[in-house]
Write a protein that binds this ligand. Structure first.
Ligand code: GDP
Length: 443
């Protein structure tokens, strides 16, 4: 996500850094380019204009800091303004107050409501809450079924809605049922249309009047850019939404919806969907996102993800092996498993600071999910003995491994070569104090 904008902004800042002293003209030119970059990212026209006006005013008025170069100061201001544009601080959903709480998901058809209902249920369940999924889309029998399937996968109860009931009645009944069974969070999945229509809006307003809603989350497909923003605005005017879920963010290289929706609607993005899987829902953090847009990576999210999947004992074991130069192909395979648990390579890499610049270098290795799968297959086709001592893998063994993994000898050679290079690099790192032992120190 945001790759195009990151590229463009990096170009602007590179030019700025080239000037020892920044004049008003330099800033004006940079801001013209920032504005173009925002418009190309499909940011709302008015929003882009206000953004560069705010940055210009601050850049010209700010006292000169001794610590930062003029170029860095402008980047800092752009970062601050981006955080503000994206909503300031992260907003959690409201789960306190009288229980059960009710969360209604609304949005156009195909925006990702049902999937998000499942993702939310999974996330809330893992936090110890007792969610109750309520299908209130009575027009498509498949919609009820889709939620039932999700519910049974997640082991979360689903209200037995039928297509002959009115959505508002379903919600009333579901609330009574939740009170009776002590479910603490209703997640209501509503019907969507291809376009906004009055009947749909009326139906949602009926639910809003009949059931006290803690959250009305507007679900929008980030890939639809400014359309998502316009539709969000209409829903907000009719329903007073409390927050936004932007789905399919992982595929949105432009980012225009994310950058405009808060300013236009005044309502915060609370979650982002970053994949079809049920764990691909993240709380939206404006500050981390701003850092990512500016190519500074998102180390905090990376650490959180690593902490969620990395087994501490395993990490200690690997750190010890690395120290003693005993990191084998067997350990390499374990590491691949851990990385896979954190998400797609593309997602993980997007959080690494400076990755965009690195990728632009000639001959830079490009992350490739298929390569990872191949590497895994190749290592799996080795015997345990081979994995623990790669030196015994001669030409004959290479041929066998290639055949076993459905790859070629050249590909087996490539894996062995990267592994040897990794060992060499680790050896170098061991010479540097703290380079590897630092991995162990983090608690
Ligand atoms: P609804 O009509 O609003 O209920 O939309 P669905 O939940 O049925 O989702 C429509 C399609 O979008 C499905 O194929 C989902 O798997 C997909 N989808 C939902 N959220 C995401 C997301 O965050 N990323 C991606 N890539 N696909 C998503």
């Amino acid at each position: 996500m945001f790759e195009n904008l990151t590229d463009r902004l990096e170009g602007v800042f590179k030019k700025l850094r080239g000037h020892g002293v920044l004049t008003e003209e330099h800033i004006a030119e940079a801001m013209r380019e920032v504005r173009m970059a925002l418009l190309e990212a499909d940011v709302n026209y008015q929003v882009a204009r206000e953004f560069v006006d705010a940055v210009s005013a601050k850049a010209l008025g700010r006292e000169v800091s001794q610590k930062l170069s003029p170029g860095q100061q402008v980047i800092k201001i752009v970062h601050e303004e981006l955080v503000d544009l994206l909503g300031g601080s992260a907003e959690q959903i409201r789960l306190d107050g009288p229980q059960p709480v009710t969360i209604m998901l609304a949005g156009l058809q195909g925006s990702g409501k049902t999937t998000t209902a499942g993702k939310l249920a999974a996330q809330l369940k893992s936090k110890g809450r007792k969610p109750y999924l309520v299908p209130a889309d009575v027009y498509r029998p498949a919609a009820i079924e889709q939620l039932q399937v999700l519910g049974s996968r997640l082991d979360v109860p689903v209200h037995p809605s039928t297509t002959d009931s009115k959505p508002v009645d379903i919600c009333r009944q579901a609330l009574a049922e939740a009170q009776d069974k002590h479910y603490d969070t209703l997640i209501i999945d509503t019907a969507g249309r291809l376009h906004i229509d009055e009947r749909l809006m009326g139906e949602l307003q009926d639910i809003q009047r009949a059931v006290k809603l803690s959250e009305i989350l507007f679900v929008a497909d980030a890939m639809t850019g400014q359309d998502a923003v316009t539709v969000a605005d209409t829903f907000n005017k009719n329903l007073e939404i409390t927050g936004i879920v932007l789905t399919k963010m992982e595929g949105d290289a432009r980012g225009g919806a994310a950058l405009s929706i808060k300013r236009v609607t005044g309502k915060p993005i609370k979650f982002v969907g970053i994949g079809e899987a049920l764990d691909a829902l993240e709380v939206f953090h404006p500050d981390r996102t701003a850092s990512r847009i500016l190519g500074m990576g998102d180390v905090l999210t990376l650490i959180e993800k690593a902490e969620a999947v990395v087994d501490r004992q395993e990490a200690d074991r690997i750190a010890k092996k690395l120290k003693r130069n005993e990191f084998t192909l067997e350990d390499f395979l374990d590491q691949i498993q851990q990385i896979k648990k954190m998400g797609s390579l593309e997602q993980i890499l997007s959080m690494v600071p400076g990755i965009n610049k690195l990728r632009q270098l000639k001959d830079a290795p490009q992350p490739n999910e298929k390569e990872l799968v191949k590497t895994e297959a190749i290592i799996r086709s080795m015997t345990r003995k081979e994995r623990n001592n790669h030196r015994i893998i001669d030409a004959g063994r290479r041929q066998r491994i290639a055949a076993g993994s459905g790859t070629s000898v050249a590909e087996v050679n490539r894996v062995l070569k990267s592994y040897s290079e990794m060992l060499k690099m680790l050896k170098k790192m061991r010479g540097k104090p703290g380079a590897i032992s630092g991995m162990k120190r983090r608690k």
